[in-house]
Design a protein around this ligand. Sequence first.
Ligand code: ASP
Ligand code: MG
Length: 420
Amino acid sequence: MKVFKFGGASVNSVERIINLADILRKFPHEKILVIISAMGKTTNALEKVTDAFWNEKIEEALKLFEQVKQQHITTAKYLLVTHYLACEGKLKNFFTEVEWLLHDKPVRSYDYYYDQVACAGELFSTAIVSAYLNETGIANKWIDVRDIIRTDDDFRDATIDWEMTSSNVQSSIVPLFNDTNIVLTQGFIGATDENESTTLGKEGSDYTAAVFANMLDVESLTIWKDVEAVMNADPKQFPDVRPIAELNYNEVIEMAYYGAQVIHPKTIKPLQNKDIPLYVKCFLNSTLPGTIIHNMPVHHLPPIIVLKEKQVMIEMSSKDFSFVGEQHIGHLYHLFEKLNIKPNLTQNGAISFLCVLDEWNEKNEKLASGAAEFLDVKLVKGLSLLTIRHYNKELFEKLTNGKKILLRQQTPETIQVLIQ
Ligand code: ASP
Ligand code: MG
């Protein structure tokens, strides 16, 4: 058995959904659990619906939701003939679920509403794709993953109840494969034991796929993406990037830690625990080799570059030129924990402590004002954080040439600089 995960970009148009079917057709005799994200930017659109609802702009919320509905109905109409009505019926039930909620007044937390609305994107996309596959001869069973993935009620960042979920997988998914080769379901979402929808964190579908891969103890997980493989840098930022054929779990965890947008950071652990290889393949050209990520030592990796733009440096210094010691640092880390802030870089000096954060993080203000109670705080915006793993001198010089370096951190494997 295998798990395939298709992200939002792989289902964001009629052509892409047809292409997804073509990929599945190449695996006629395999048992495959297929995990699919919401179409394109649907989750972001639903986020806007939630915002409008939260600000009690009901009309606007309904209008924005109407657009999302129409997009899905249009896609379904293009793709389906014999299965259209059944699919439309299913979509309409999901629409009603959301619309009921939008007519209420917000009385619970924002995150709660976010999850009740955002989960719809995955339900819509999978309903359409499943119907299309069935119509075109790729028999599959659709399931609502909220009946399987049980979580706590930490909305927008829910934690999976491993035991309950495993037992649901055994009792409700495994038997389906007796009658069908393909079971199709959603990533990213789950539900509490009170049947409230939850989400596992932005871009969480990769993680869902890895959880299922682990619980079903499959031979491999394949994540289908719009890039030819895992690249050594983001092609949108650097002109001459190259594919990496082979990586190991640790390298991918390191890459994710430094901010490479490869796959969701939580994805690796469930795979590592069962030694399940992860393939990253290109859905636009499935004959390309892609990347294999597994447990083997991998030598001779190319330099891997991560550039985080729009960074802010917060410099916190003692008010009286005394050393910034354990007590200050302790307080600061307590603030990080309380605000759930993960700095992209920290550096400690005699009378100051520096931390680098994403500029757009709305919690930065809270951190700065919290720290200002016991330290002098200075903010520098508009910075970029460059990280190179497996660096060499030439490349480092090329990428930093003529730039002002505000901060630098270096180990034999990794070099990081903060650039103005
Ligand atoms: N649709 C969700 C998101 O946009 C989950 C995912 O794509 O992995 O974050
Ligand atoms: Mg996505």
